[in-house]
Ligand binder design. Sequence first.
Ligand SMILES: Cc1cc2nc3c(=O)[nH]c(=O)nc-3n(C[C@H](O)[C@H](O)[C@H](O)COP(=O)(O)OP(=O)(O)OC[C@H]3O[C@@H](n4cnc5c(N)ncnc54)[C@H](O)[C@@H]3O)c2cc1C
Ligand code: FES
Length: 283
Amino acid sequence: MFKILEKEVFSPVIKKMVVEAPRVARRCQAGQFVILRVQENGERIPLTIADFDREKGTITIVFQEVGKTTKLLGTLNAGDYILDFVGPLGTPSHIENFGTVVCVGGGVGIAPVFPIARALKEAGNYVISIIGARTKELLFWEDRMREVSDELLVTTDDGSYVRKGFVTDVLKELIEQRGKENINLVLAIGPQPMMRACCKVTGEYGIKTIVSLNSLMVDGTGMCGCCRVTVGGQTRFVCVDGPEFDGHQVDWDILARRSATFRQEEQRALELYTGQCKCGGGN
Ligand SMILES: Cc1cc2nc3c(=O)[nH]c(=O)nc-3n(C[C@H](O)[C@H](O)[C@H](O)COP(=O)(O)OP(=O)(O)OC[C@H]3O[C@@H](n4cnc5c(N)ncnc54)[C@H](O)[C@@H]3O)c2cc1C
Ligand code: FES
């Protein structure tokens, strides 16, 4: 059992939790994730390690409530326990001094970008971060991203904060202003359409782009292939070969199709769950 030490509500659908998990905290590195199970009859879901404190033995997760399990997780509070919390999983981010790196975080993707931007900065890179969300309410960690970036650009789809537009608009403008030869790497994390769109922009300029794929997962340890994706024409398992891949090599159509496999079941589970809540009980 893994104790929730802190909970912070960023918006009605985005929540942060600090979880006591000393073994994960001791070994984890930027870019890795955990798979957790909230309770005995629960499913296993992957969430990125958004921060860690090796001395305190804690892991920070930030999640968006999109379905049954994330909603259930969101009902827990400091002092409650998560049943299983397995990690660190996945291959850590490849960190070296590339030169100038642009880190793009879309929506809840800001959380996984944070530890990678911090590691890139510590490795001597000039870090320009772009963070964006649909609306002001869904933005978080502007302060933390500023701390680990040399420059920070903020945008909202609806223009409710700073500027109106998608992160891809800001990315394109930045590349045109600075010149493609002055940007050595782009790292983009967020919803699949956003990462795909970032790759389309950078592809036009030939700038290498790393994405962190959020495919469906079960075990997270390479045993089942549920998370498989096609990268550069080859089948790769996101949980062990990734989650980071060269975005220009990813077959985004196959990924989108596979991600939608259980849409009906997900919808049904959510309806049953919220229905149970209305009558005042259940899990
Ligand atoms: C390696 C990895 C790291 C991840 N890290 C994070 C993280 O740090 N924070 C976080 O909030 N999520 C993260 N995710 C996604 C997270 O695992 C899913 O949101 C979660 O499994 C949804 O479970 P659910 O039962 O609540 O919703 P489900 O019922 O499984 O899904 C509900 C609906 O939401 C959609 N959906 C599922 N995942 C996403 C997504 N990532 N973005 C947009 N829509 C989605 C589904 O297509 C479906 O229609 C990560 C995924 C992977 C593979
Ligand atoms: S989730 Fe089973 S192999 Fe990746």
